[in-house]
Design a protein around this ligand. Structure first.
Ligand SMILES: Cc1ncc(COP(=O)(O)O)c(C=O)c1O
Length: 349
């Protein structure tokens, strides 16, 4: 059993969430004079003058069905970035509680912690980017939230299943498993095991495989108690009506996502081979995501050259164990060809 009384910030346990106008009357038909909307319509079209469903009932039902969980186990955020911030605000008392990250990893965990005056315990991954499990657990005594990112950004690899299991078994706080890139690593999600771990939160997003980064829609699947805490403190209408509408449309077209994932994986394989064959490249790290971490002989000069060619990649050379590394998103077939051609041009200068 998990003791939420000991984990959740005390004032959150007693919080009374905002009661929206839509909570008092859930019918769809009527004369709505309760929410101070513009009854006449919108400046652009007449569809957006009403506040959206604050509980996202229809979308949550569809997401739950897709994920093989119940709607009570689903929280939807304005991107998974919102979920990260809300988790910190639910569990971490500013100036006292801590989160843990395994570096190098996604930067927003530490940024959200800093914004909330919550300190970060940073444990390095091994040189091959797996978990230092013993060191992680030994340093986790005062930690409320432990962030694991698998596949990890920027390294691209999935963390070993056995090490994740070990951490789940031995860590007394909440394990947040960020699976933003999981669609590119079929069969590796922890969702099928979610119900066995009351202290596990699994985050996924519509921003990557679904191709909907612009909509800002992230999901957290977790114990219903955790979902409730997040719901209590979120902004009432955190997911716009347009986002809910378009996400529902996308969910009806899962084969389109699968097709894009297959193409991206095929392109990643080609790109990996081409990059590994370049003399300016020291190493292409194995990837389970839609990007590659690449170690160059001299990454700053490659980065600058590519910018000059209007090819923008991500400089990750200052991250732990990542010296001379650039993170390169798999592009379209055409974009990848241009990238390789330009890197060959750089090499022959
Ligand atoms: C590991 C990881 N988690 C979360 C996010 C944020 O995703 P979202 O667009 O859902 O906020 C990103 C974005 O790049 C990411 O790399």
């Amino acid at each position: 059993m998990i003791d939420f009384n000991a984990l959740v910030r005390p004032h959150i346990l007693g919080l009374k969430p905002y009661n929206t106008a839509r909570d008092d009357y859930s019918g769809k038909i009527g004369i709505f004079l309760d929410a101070n909307e513009n009854s006449l319509g919108s400046a652009v079209t007449d569809s957006y003058n009403r506040y959206p469903d604050p509980h996202q009932v229809e979308l949550k039902a569809k997401v739950a069905a897709m994920q093989g969980v119940t709607p009570e186990q689903v929280f939807l955020g304005s991107g998974s970035d919102e979920v990260i911030d809300l988790l910190i605000r639910v569990f971490c008392e500013p100036g006292r509680d801590k989160i843990m990250v395994l570096s190098p990893t996604y930067g927003m965990y530490a940024v959200c912690a800093a914004a909330n005056n919550v300190s970060v315990v940073e444990i390095p991954l091994t040189e091959s980017f797996t978990i230092n499990t013993q060191q992680t657990l030994e340093n986790a005594a005062d930690v409320k939230l432990l962030f694991l990112c698998s596949p990890n950004n920027p390294t691209g690899n999935c963390l070993p299943q056995s090490e994740i299991a070990e951490i789940l078994k031995n860590f007394a706080g909440i394990v947040v498993l960020d699976e933003a890139y999981i669609d590119f690593a079929p069969g590796r999600s922890w969702l099928p095991r979610l119900s066995s771990y009351p202290n596990l939160v699994i985050m996924q997003t519509f921003s990557k495989a679904w191709g909907l980064a612009n909509l800002r829609l992230g999901m957290a699947c977790a114990n219903p108690a955790i979902v409730n805490f997040l719901s209590w403190i979120k902004y009432p209408y955190n997911i716009s009506g347009l986002t809910q509408e378009l996400a529902l449309k996308a969910l009806k077209n899962e084969p389109a996502k699968e097709q894009m994932v297959a193409l991206i994986l095929a392109e990643r394989k080609k790109l990996e081979k081409e990059l590994a064959g370049l003399p300016i490249v020291q190493k292409v790290y194995p990837s389970d995501a839609n990007f590659l971490l690449v170690k160059f002989n001299n990454s700053p000069s490659v980065f600058e050259f590519l910018i000059g060619q209007r090819i923008i990649v991500r400089d990750r050379s200052h991250a732990a164990h990542c010296d001379n590394c650039l993170r390169i998103t798999v592009g379209t077939s055409e974009e990848n060809k241009i990238l390789i051609a330009k890197l060959k041009e750089f090499d022959s200068r």
